[in-house]
Ligand binder design. Structure first.
Ligand code: C2E
Ligand code: CA
Ligand code: CA
Ligand code: CA
Length: 274
């Protein structure tokens, strides 16, 4: 029994080493990928409530890895945050989205901002610098923030948000409803938009309660004069429900998956010449 215990320990020990080695590998590879411009941005269109018109785009980062294929951000953003890589990564994403955004006149481009990136000193300046260097119209940039940005120093977050709004940049509160104090944030901070978290739609069919919550969120958002967007729309039933509620914008696989920018060009071309 004793040796079995020892074996088990070394088993876990080696598993730990394995995990650490993996993280280190990801970190080194990611650092290189950012430096050597190997990341790519996909874009997922946001649609009008009737589902016929593209009204905006969300940039979503992808990492084409030579051995492991297209890696999803859910697998590397956390590591990037831990290792301080999310600052250069975030700036790369912002710059590329502003560059690409010039291809699509009149459309707003949304960029996800990690709380760590947002709280980093000099974030507002980096946004100003990128806007200046790319010549992208500030009012066509939308930053998607989560409640995490105000953890810690809420006053600093508020100041940064006021500065960004003064530049003309729009602010969206992402994953709305997943935190526990979203309502307080809506009252205090100057958002233009809320994005209802996908988890509400996922459970909507299963429980009537989720539908009631979505209903309340849409009405609350509209009453506050915010643009209300639902993400993760996958079924016609969800679409009908959200449209009937008065949701302004819809995003999800029902309409389009995130796609490379050339595919967006094509979709917009089709839209212009039906
Ligand atoms: P998010 O900001 O909530 O983005 C929405 C995620 O839901 C995306 O996953 C998108 O592909 C996925 N999605 C969209 N429609 C549907 C649908 O109908 N059904 C389902 N099941 N999923 C849908 P993705 O691209 O893997 O991104 C995951 C998360 O990674 C994002 O969640 C965001 O938090 C983060 N992320 C992505 N790109 C960036 C980035 O450039 N910077 C930062 N800081 N975070 C990013
Ligand atoms: Ca988002
Ligand atoms: Ca979201
Ligand atoms: Ca999410």
């Amino acid at each position: 029994a004793k040796s079995e215990g020892r074996n088990r320990m070394s088993f876990f020990q080696s598993r730990m080493d394995e995990t650490l080695r993996m993280r280190k590998m990801v970190e080194d590879d990611l650092r290189r990928a950012i430096k050597e411009d190997q990341l790519v941005l996909y874009y997922q269109p946001l649609f009008s409530a009737d589902g016929t018109r593209i009204v905006g785009l969300e940039a979503l980062v992808r990492w084409p890895h030579p051995e492991r294929g297209l890696i999803s951000p859910t697998e590397f953003i956390a590591i990037a945050e831990e290792r301080g890589l999310v600052i250069p990564l975030g700036e790369w994403v912002l710059r590329r989205a502003c560059e690409d955004g010039k291809r699509w006149p009149n459309l707003r481009v949304a960029v996800n901002v990690s709380p760590i990136q947002f709280r980093h000193r000099g974030f507002v300046e980096s946004v100003m610098r990128v806007l200046e260097e790319t010549g992208f119209e500030p009012s066509r940039l939308e930053l998607e923030l989560t409640e995490g940005v105000v953890v810690g120093d809420a006053d600093a977050a508020e100041a940064a948000m006021i500065d960004l709004r003064a530049l003309g940049v729009h602010l969206a509160l992402d994953d709305f409803g997943t935190g526990y104090s979203s309502l307080i944030y809506l009252r205090r901070f100057a958002f233009d938009k809320i994005k209802i978290d996908r988890s509400f739609l996922e459970s909507m069919e299963a429980t009537g309660e989720s539908a009631i919550l979505v209903h309340s969120i849409v009405h609350l958002g509209r009453a506050l004069g915010l643009i209300v967007t639902a993400e993760g729309v996958e079924t016609k039933e969800q679409h009908r429900f959200l449209q009937a509620l008065g949701c302004h914008q819809l995003q999800g696989y029902l309409f389009s998956r995130p796609v490379p920018r050339e595919e967006i060009d094509r979709m917009l071309g089709l839209q212009a010449h039906p």
